[in-house]
Design a protein around this ligand. Structure first.
Ligand SMILES: NC(=O)c1ccc[n+]([C@@H]2O[C@H](COP(=O)([O-])OP(=O)(O)OC[C@H]3O[C@@H](n4cnc5c(N)ncnc54)[C@H](OP(=O)(O)O)[C@@H]3O)[C@@H](O)[C@H]2O)c1
Length: 253
């Protein structure tokens, strides 16, 4: 087991990539703590893990609320006495599909509050616990959108670009404390939210990925396991493209 006895917090563990990752990480021996706003979604993930005899705890919280984030890590530390791994996976897509001038300031603020500020808050509040424990691994969920421009996606992409820079700076500042910080960068991954779009445009979406298909949550999960485990002790500040080759470049004319 690659994560045996590691205490791992996964934000947004109730659905999509977060759920797939929680299931795989629990299978690898981690004590998984999943968070999100919707209790019923967290319960579904927890039930899936429990069916395989994995160890899981769910905690409802909103990463846009600073007191919730602070309280989350206090509770996890109180229960388990350490926090080894944080997978900052929670995110929203509320500005996707629109050009910058068509996004309201309130929508911009919300997009930032969850994706970038939420990631910042979780890093800020977990780092002292990792320092006390002698180190840890933070994995931030970025995207292909943190690396390339895409039509109609400016504000969402800006949050992911910000996450990339937050990650590299944490890697520099906390390397001496044995805290590593990396990103995973998914291509298009099929989740509940985009199922209709995938159904109507599957061929087009698949063709954007040299691997010939979009991703599934478990494609990301194995990358997270690697970055969470001691196998990647010399990997920090890296952006792990798990994108079916989406960002490789363009095919020959
Ligand atoms: N799917 C893709 O194609 C794709 C591609 C690149 C990157 N990503 C990134 O992958 C990550 C996971 O997204 P996903 O695709 O798996 O979508 P998803 O199924 O919608 O998962 C997002 C999760 O974040 C949680 N969340 C949202 N707002 C929250 C808040 N304020 N507080 C706490 N939790 C919150 C949601 O739970 P609640 O609603 O219950 O709070 C949900 O479980 C995101 O960071 C996303 O940007 C996805």
């Amino acid at each position: 087991m690659r994560l045996k006895d590691k205490v791992m917090v996964i934000t947004g563990g109730g659905s999509g990539i977060g759920r797939g990752t929680a299931v795989v990480c629990a299978r690898e021996g981690a004590q998984v703590i999943i968070t999100g706003r919707r209790k019923e979604k967290l319960e579904e993930t927890a039930a899936e893990i429990a069916r395989e005899n994995g160890s899981v705890l769910w905690i409802t919280m909103d990463i846009a609320r600073e007191e919730d984030v602070k309280g989350l890590f206090e509770e996890v530390y109180r229960k388990f006495g350490k926090i080894d791994i944080l997978y900052n996976n929670a995110g929203i897509f509320n500005t996707c599909g629109r050009k910058v001038a068509d996004v309201s300031t309130e929508e911009f603020d919300r997009q930032m509050a969850v994706n970038l500020r939420g990631t910042f808050l979780c890093c800020k509040y977990v780092i002292p616990y990792m320092q006390m424990g002698g180190g840890g691994s933070i994995i931030n969920c970025s995207s292909i959108s943190g690396h390339i421009g895409q039509g109609n996606n400016g504000v969402y992409n800006a949050t992911k670009g910000g996450i990339e820079m937050l990650t590299k700076n944490i890697a520099i500042d906390y390397g001496p404390d044995h805290i590593r910080c990396n990103t995973v960068c998914p291509g298009y991954v099929e989740i509940e939210f985009n199922r209709e779009q995938f159904a109507s445009q599957y061929g087009k979406i698949a063709s954007l990925h040299p691997a010939g298909r979009p991703g599934f949550p478990k494609d990301l999960a194995y990358g997270v396991v690697y970055l969470a485990s001691d196998e990647s002790l010399w990997v920090t500040g890296a952006s792990f493209m798990i994108d079916g080759g989406y960002t490789c470049g363009t095919p020959a004319l």
